[in-house]
Design a protein around this ligand. Sequence first.
Ligand code: 13P
Length: 257
Amino acid sequence: MPTSTRTPFIGGNWKMNTTRGQALELAADVARAAAEKAVGPQVAVYPPYVWLETIRATVGGVSLMLGAQDCSPEANGAFTGDVSLDMLTECGVSTVLVGHSERRHGLREPEERIAAKLKAVLGRSMTGVLCIGETLDERETGATDTVNEMQLRSALDGLKVRDPGKLVIAYEPVWAIGTGKTASSDDAQAAHAAIRTVLVSILGDAHAQAIRIIYGGSMKPANAAELMAQPDIDGGLIGGASLKAEDFTAIVDAARA
Ligand code: 13P
């Protein structure tokens, strides 16, 4: 059970998965489970862009937030293939992932672009989930905290954060994503505590204590409760296990147990 007063945040990142039919079915199952209990974590799903409108009516509401996996930092213009925050807002999106490792490392998205996206998201009072985390090489050379601090500072230094409830940090060690390997709860807690210390120095103590820091990387029903029992682990960002309604709702239940 989370020991802080922060409301846990659980996000389901569907990545580039699901057909239209599967998306509808998954959204309906998750929405039903999320609505069952009035009190609990904040829950969001991040489907592929093309299913946002499809599942909007099923998902939209206070108990389940509709999210986007990425966005453009620009308002509009000649940016082929990009999707603006205005467009996402019109689709009912209220939360956006920024800097996911599959874009940061996989697509070599630069730090400045990640920072610009987060600024744009928070500037619209949407909930921004900033993803950070070290690679296996970085972990093995003891650079975990240094890398996390660099990624945090490059996105947050100079940023105005009016509402700390609308900024979520997702610590996702790259080596744990989609690999079945999970950080131990002690290692994850140590990284989260170090992240919170950096948040104190950038944003001050009150904001740092209010910001949710969630864990991502092979979180599943079997390990969710232990991870989220750590004092600085305020929820999870779930990939593979978010594609099965039963597993995802078990993780949501673990957060509100
Ligand atoms: P997995 O849960 O599949 O490891 O993915 C984690 C993730 O990348 C969530 O954004």
